[in-house]
Design a protein around this ligand. Structure first.
Ligand code: PLP
Length: 350
């Protein structure tokens, strides 16, 4: 089951392997006790709730998330959104001007942007017409400098979750790292790939509080991987990348499991309702099955329908410029009231 010849040491950039991490005041002394006097970090001593630097390892939040997601604490890293986590992965493993990554359009735009920013090649292998990865084409495209393959599952903007056997084939036949972006995993009934970390040393799973947890504004991204991979990412992350207010509100939210579940349930019911409605809208040619909180719809004329909706105060995403997505609109599932408004408008458009 394990990937043959996989050794994380072969993937780490030499400068990253050599470097020592910045050691912050809170890294050097973390043995907190009541009534201690902290004169080590040049903070303003007057308490206003945020005058102290935040915990660079986010211990409290991590231990709660560890229990919730059943992943050991030393296999978790947090970032300022998953966008920062993805950027750290690039910077730890991809040598600028030399290495490359494989991405599978139509997919999340940030992988390509991050490749560009980090001067890393981006080999694009289109999904097939069922929006599944083309394993043979991907395996053929891999060369000596391919470090990462990005799988977004459930995929944005198509909404489908990739077939398990397909993902397994990639994990088992690639000696670089497979990054599975599970931003929408909480809307899918399938088990997270994080449960397979012990089987695949080359697996990285990312999640976020931005979607199902309803906290896009606080910026908290999550990375699950082997302890060795997490150590490397820890070494290069800015020490205070997750601020005190974010740690505090994230903790409060993940402890309210019932509240989160209730909202997810409503969103899933609304998704079904919207899917049924779309089937009866004359200008909708096809809708794609979704395991996320959005629906991709193939319409007769995306620009026209986009503008009609906009004129009635409804903003959707026109994905037509993405390959395989000609004349598609992506609808995020809103509140029941918002969806009702959408349905009313859709019924009246001609
Ligand atoms: C929305 C989204 C994210 C979220 O990124 P954050 O930086 O955590 O807000 C990540 N990946 C995909 C595919 C997304 O659609």
């Amino acid at each position: 089951m394990k990937t043959p010849d996989f050794d994380i040491k072969n993937l780490i950039r030499p400068n990253v392997a050599r470097m020592k991490p910045y050691s912050s005041a809170r890294d050097e002394f973390k043995d907190f006790k009541e009534n201690m006097v902290f004169l080590d970090a040049n903070e303003n001593p007057f308490d206003n709730g945020v005058n102290r630097y935040p915990d660079p390892r986010q211990a409290t939040l991590k231990s709660h998330l560890s229990t919730l997601k059943r992943v050991p604490v030393n296999q978790i890293l947090f970032g300022n959104g998953s966008d920062e986590v993805l950027d750290l992965i690039f910077r730890a493993f991809c040598e600028p001007q030399q290495d490359n990554v494989i991405t599978l359009p139509p997919t999340y735009g940030m992988y390509g942007v991050l490749a560009e920013t980090n001067a890393v090649g981006n080999i694009e292998i289109l999904l097939n017409t069922n929006f599944e990865p083309d394993v043979n084409a991907i395996l053929e495209a891999i060369d000596a400098h391919t470090k990462l393959i990005f799988l977004c599952s459930p995929n944005n903007p198509t909404g489908n979750r990739f077939d398990d056997q397909t993902v397994k084939k990639l994990l088992e036949n690639f000696n670089g790292l497979v990054v599975i972006d599970e931003a929408y995993a909480d809307f899918s009934s399938a088990e997270s790939w994080s449960a397979q970390l012990h089987n695949y040393p080359n697996l990285i799973v990312t999640q976020t509080l931005s979607k199902a947890y309803g906290m896009a504004g606080i910026r908290l991204g999550i990375c699950f991987a082997s302890a060795e991979i997490i150590d490397v990412l820890h070494k290069i992350k800015p020490p205070y990348n997750v601020n005190a207010l974010t740690q505090k509100s994230a903790l409060k939210r993940i402890m309210d499991e019932r509240g989160v579940e209730k909202e997810i349930k409503i969103i899933l019911e609304e998704r079904e309702k919207l899917q049924k409605t779309f089937k009866n809208v004359p200008f909708v040619v096809k809708i794609y099955r979704s395991e996320a909180n959005f629906i991709l719809a193939h319409v007769d004329d995306a620009d026209k329908r986009y503008n009609q909706l906009l004129a009635r105060g409804i903003v959707v995403r026109n994905r037509s410029k993405q390959p395989l997505c000609e004349n598609t609109l992506r609808f995020t599932v809103g509140t029941p009231e918002e969806n009702k408004k959408l349905i009313d408008v859709l019924k009246k458009l001609d």
